[in-house]
Design a protein around this ligand. Structure first.
Ligand code: DLL
Length: 436
């Protein structure tokens, strides 16, 4: 496997020079959002700030944070910094309730996205002689198309198979000779087992690398996937609000993900006090985009918990590295790569007469696939109904939830007042998946 660097200039730039690049681009971004996005202007004015106050990365801390809730409040396009005539792509991800978070890309943004994805893939040894099977979902989720454009940019042969349909995944992997698999780590594990159980011999496959992300996974999971699939597994991190996949990526040394800092400036804050933490401390990751045009974001709180390392990596890249993210500072769950907030379930239940908002979500991992079980309390008067009525109700809840969150769920109806009440913060989720 030949490992190289896609953009040596930026990926190995001396840190002082990178700071200059960031300072210039930050000033430009702040100016653009100030003049083009009324929301940012108002928030800055509240703090008595104008673009002239933000001269360097050190001034970032003066600016207010932005959260998923702000995007939601400005749904769908309120935070775009360009007119819709300049937006050539829209994607969306789950919001905390009902409304998704919508992101828009200009033509240049799609170029930046392809560039950061090309860096990611090159760092994993993917080039024009590779065949990349993209088993991330295509559609509003950024996984499929993000990998797709990066794959084409490095000249690989792209198979846009999207997620699911395991039998077909294996057949094409075998028949087309896929050398790279791009999907969530849990799906990679699942495919590994499916290969063991199939008639396909591992030796008949050409797979050598996995580009795995979109959900937390540990180094132990990595070792297991590498062993079972006989590949090298590279972590890839990103989020729709910043650009999608490609915000940060593993190199061959797998000792932290390199952040594409010439496009996204990271900070680590204490999620409670919101203070910026000193170098090397563990806290919540915050990003400011400095080249995005369609939806630039200033100090976006990712809710992902990690730590940054500024020393140069053995691979030669000077780009700051972040530890693998395994936790969040909010209650978002990632199930089979899909983001889920318990409040989304709650709002479906609240909309139905027959149920109470008392529920319990049980998440587990069975045969490497995440499972979701929902216990719901039924209103007293409905619980007296005949079994067939209750069956119908169960189906109705299941359908409503599945169409809202896009994940299959096993619904169990339980008697009124049987779900434990809590005096403090309600315990709505039991996550049995192991993360060690
Ligand atoms: O998951 C983008 C993506 C697609 C990344 C394909 C990698 C590969 P969202 O749906 O907006 O975007 O979800 C973003 O997923 O804030 C993290 O909590 C989590 N996440 C993404 N990648 C990783 C990773 C895509 N490598 C949210 N490790 C983020 C841990 C991850 N968590």
């Amino acid at each position: 496997m030949e490992l190289s660097i896609w953009n040596r200039h930026f990926e190995t730039m001396p840190r002082e020079q990178m700071r200059e690049v960031q300072n210039d681009r930050l000033r430009d971004t702040v100016e653009r959002v100030y003049y083009n996005v009324p929301y940012y202007r108002a928030r800055m004015q509240e703090k008595g700030l104008g673009p002239e106050h933000i001269r360097t990365v050190n001034d970032l801390k003066l600016l207010p944070f932005i959260t998923k809730q702000d995007l939601r409040d400005n749904y769908p396009f309120g935070l775009f910094a360009l007119p819709m005539s300049e937006i050539i792509r829209l994607h969306a991800s789950s919001g905390t309730t009902g409304r998704p978070t919508v992101v828009g890309y200009s033509r240049r943004d799609i170029g930046v996205w392809s560039e950061v994805m090309a860096r990611t893939l090159t760092s994993a040894g993917v080039g024009k002689n590779d065949i990349i099977q993209i088993a991330y979902g295509y559609g509003l989720f950024t996984g499929g198309l993000g990998l797709h454009y990066g794959g084409e940019k490095v000249g690989a042969s792209v198979i846009p198979i999207s997620g699911g349909n395991t039998k077909r995944q294996l057949q094409l992997m075998h028949d087309f000779g896929s050398t790279v698999l791009a999907c969530t780590p849990s799906y990679a594990s699942y495919l590994a087992e499916a290969i063991e159980e199939s008639e396909i011999e591992r030796d008949a496959l050409k797979l050598k690398a996995g580009i795995l992300g979109a959900e937390p996974w540990t180094d132990n999971m990595r070792k297991e996937i590498e062993k079972k699939l006989r590949i090298k597994a590279f972590d890839i991190y990103g989020l729709s609000e910043i650009i999608g996949p490609g915000v940060a990526f593993d190199c061959e040394y797998q000792n932290g993900l390199h952040i594409n800092e010439d496009h996204f400036i990271p900070e680590i804050i204490d999620p409670d006090t919101l203070e910026v933490l000193p170098e090397g401390e563990f806290g919540e990751l915050v990003f400011t985009t400095i080249t995005k045009e369609g939806l630039p974001v200033i100090r976006y709180r990712t809710r992902d918990l990690t730590r940054l390392h500024y020393d140069t990596c053995r691979c030669g890249r000077t780009l700051v590295r972040m530890d693998k993210c395994t936790g969040r500072s909010d209650d978002m769950l990632i199930i089979r790569g899909v983001n889920l907030f318990p409040s989304q379930i709650e709002s479906v239940l609240l909309d139905m007469d027959e149920t109470t908002p008392h529920y319990l979500l049980i998440v587990d991992r069975v045969n490497n696939l995440d499972t979701l079980e929902l216990h719901v309390e039924v209103e007293d008067r409905f619980y007296q109904d005949r079994i067939s009525e209750l069956q119908n109700l169960r189906k109705k809840i299941k359908n409503q939830i599945e169409s809202t969150i896009g994940l299959s769920v096993n619904v169990k109806l339980v008697e009124p007042k049987t779900i434990e009440r809590s005096e403090g913060k309600a315990k709505r989720v039991i996550d049995k998946r192991k993360m060690e």
